[in-house]
Design a protein around this ligand. Structure first.
Ligand code: CUA
Length: 152
């Protein structure tokens, strides 16, 4: 029994064209990846200073906090700054969506994988500020707390 004998030539040409097109696309993809070095965007948390989270002092009293959240902690924590410090928070997540609410301030962010959220806080009163995750993120969600220590 000859199955292929009934296939019209037009269909054979369309199949051949589709295969040729697919091969061309794969070749272009390989060319872009190998010769042009183009690849898909990486994860924010692979990039310094987000790789581990970091507190950077820009000037006396001025800080940038690059915070990484992941099940079930914030890094770095505790974050230590002096009284009167102005801190720019840049926040991302290594896994799922987390909340980032600094108790006693109006900072209330959402940590999103592959994205950076921003807020600025002024710490005029010394003491310990709790950072609370307010997005349900898993079994340890209720224990996901960070600390910001503002020295007198
Ligand atoms: Cu992290 Cu809830």
């Amino acid at each position: 029994m000859e199955i292929a004998s009934g296939v019209p030539t037009v269909e054979k040409k369309v199949v051949a064209a589709a295969l040729l097109f697919s091969a061309a696309m794969l070749a272009l993809l390989a060319f872009a990846a190998v010769r042009l070095g183009i690849s898909v965007p990486g994860c924010v948390t692979n990039v310094k200073p987000f790789a581990n989270g970091e507190l950077i002092q820009l000037a006396p009293g001025r800080y940038e906090a690059h915070v990484v959240s992941k099940m079930f902690s914030f890094k770095p924590s505790p974050l230590k700054v002096p009284k009167g410090a102005v801190v720019d928070f840049y926040l991302t997540s290594q896994d799922v969506v987390h909340g980032f609410y600094i108790d006693g301030t109006d900072v209330n962010l959402t940590a999103i994988p592959n994205a950076v959220s921003y807020a600025q806080a002024h710490f005029d009163k010394p003491g310990k500020y709790q950072v609370i995750c307010h997005e349900f993120c898993g079994l340890g969600h209720q224990d996901m707390v960070g600390v910001i220590e503002v020295a007198p």
